[in-house]
Design a protein around this ligand. Structure first.
Ligand code: FES
Length: 497
């Protein structure tokens, strides 16, 4: 029987997304039993999969690098102890398999003797049949032992089992891979799975989860001692352990904004980048032990200079919870904006509170994702798209409307997604007027632009729509889709000043 692989592991082996697999399963091109596929079936769908590297995996690596920064690729191999433990585990499996092969060989020898004994008692006619059977067995055994029969994907899978371990989270059956030096918690967050946690440092106990099967290794000392009764049931801290083998855990996953606690964090300015005269990219970094837990698309309140505050959409992905980005729009006379543009500098403290807001991704939907950003509405949309990419979502389309070309202030980010991913489309639209003030003729123009998009894309009205931007423009876009008959549950809107 052919070896079975989980969808996550199989996707990693052939260098495609799980979404592509799911499509093949829906289309009947690939057969899955309880979330597993056979290596044989995998090879028949991807005959070139034995290549070390595929164009697709290079593209996915490229997009992840652009989206999340080089940090993702800092450490591909786990530390020496974890590596040794995984090699030991693999050697144990190899030893078991070798033992089984030896037993089968011995059994084959006995079978041969038995056949010879039976043959000696047979008549001439039956002996000919027996000879035919022996010739067939000999041929099949030789065929099975030929080195060329070894499946290249099986070799690649063995290597993958040393560099990564797969985690399945119950009860939702979410899957992710642990790579490099990552703890179970870090790997989950990078994969877009919002497990419960607080300090990331072994103090708050919020990341406590039960190990159902598999082996883990403690990678960080924590002062908290898990009570004996719980430890014997398999309870561990996800922030302080990594996986040695494939593991199954039972853990709390945030399903809504209510599951995320309110936090107050004193962050530092890592960098301030001027995108243009009116727009600035503020990169805040939290302390290691107090990261900002949020869902993509949510807001945080920033306070600078002791008393100037603003509620802003987070423009980065929860998959990097220490590095939190904001797009700051210059607003003359606004004390917060003036302070950030004129006085804030690297290493300054910025108080951060939050998160809040309900503009989040409907992760369970299988529909195509459509994002409509108006001017600075790109900030929460960027967070949602990066999260969707880490979840390996299916088809994604971004329409960015700018009051002017200058208001499409980070076109290269969107162009990079489009260039790197086959399932990503991106279009820019220039309104030619201030999208913060839309009525009369301007409203007609905007509705006409939305109508052109809709009539040119038959899938648009089948998708999940996410709209973010100045209130006027966002409200008009929302009404446009509701008038087209989309239910309110499929049109999410965020107002961004
Ligand atoms: S996140 Fe606080 S102990 Fe693990």
């Amino acid at each position: 029987m052919s070896e079975m692989l989980s969808l996550s592991r199989a996707a990693k082996l052939v260098g495609v997304t799980r979404t592509e697999f799911q499509k093949k399963i829906r289309d009947g091109e690939m057969i899955s039993h309880d979330g597993m596929v056979s290596i044989e079936n995998l090879l028949s769908c991807y005959p070139d999969a034995q290549l070390d590297d595929t164009a697709e995996s290079r593209r996915v690596a490229q997009i992840k690098e652009r989206a999340f920064g080089k940090r993702v690729f800092e450490s591909v191999l786990p530390d020496a102890e974890v590596l040794a433990a995984r090699v030991t585990e693999l050697s144990r499996t190899l030893a078991i398999n070798q033992g089984q092969v030896q037993q089968f060989n011995a059994l084959l020898g006995k079978l041969w003797d038995k056949l010879a004994e039976v043959e000696s008692r047979l008549g001439t006619e039956s002996r000919a049949t027996m000879q035919e059977l022996k010739t067939w067995i000999k041929h099949e055994v030789e065929l099975a032992m030929e080195p060329g029969f070894i499946n290249p994907l099986a070799i690649k899978d063995a290597v993958l089992r040393i560099t990564t371990a797969q985690v399945t989270v119950l009860p939702g059956k979410q899957e992710f891979l642990v790579e490099g030096h990552d703890s179970l918690l870090e790997a989950a967050i990078r994969s877009g799975i919002p497990l419960n946690y607080g300090c990331s440092g072994g103090n708050c106990v919020l990341c406590k989860a039960r190990l159902v099967s598999g082996e883990v290794k403690k990678t960080r000392h924590h002062d908290f001692v898990i009570p004996e009764a719980e430890a014997s049931q398999g309870y561990i801290l996800l922030c302080s352990n990594t996986a040695i083998s494939d593991v199954v855990i039972e853990a709390a996953v945030a399903g809504s904004v209510q599951d995320i606690p309110f936090q107050e964090i004193s962050a530092r300015v890592k960098s301030i980048g001027h995108i243009n005269d009116d727009m600035l990219l503020l990169h805040l970094q939290t302390p290691r032990t107090q990261r900002l837990r949020f869902l993509a698309g949510q807001n945080a309140t920033l306070r600078v200079g002791g008393s100037f505050s603003a509620d802003l959409p987070i423009a980065s992905c929860p998959c990097d919870d220490r590095n939190v980005l904001f797009h700051i729009h210059r607003q003359s006379g606004n004390l917060f904006s003036d302070y950030v543009f004129e006085r804030l500098k690297e290493h300054d403290a910025v108080e951060m509170e939050g998160p809040h807001g309900e503009f989040i991704l409907h992760e369970k939907s299988q529909r195509p994702l459509y994002f409509l950003a108006f001017d600075g509405g790109f900030a929460p949309i960027k967070s949602l798209i990066e999260h969707a990419l880490s979840l390996e979502a299916g088809n994604i389309c971004l329409h960015w409307f700018g009051s002017s070309q200058k208001n499409i202030y980070l076109p290269k980010v969107a162009q990079a997604w489009r260039d790197a991913l086959d399932n990503f489309r991106y279009e820019e639209h220039i309104a030619g007027f201030d999208l913060r003030s839309v009525s009369g003729k301007r409203e007609e123009t905007l509705l006409r632009q939305l109508g052109n998009i809709s009539s040119g894309d038959p899938d648009l009205l089948q998708g999940e729509i996410y709209i973010a931007g100045p209130e006027d423009a966002a409200n008009i876009a929302e009404r446009f889709f509701l008038d087209k008959g989309l239910p309110k549950t499929r049109v999410a809107v965020a107002s961004v000043k």
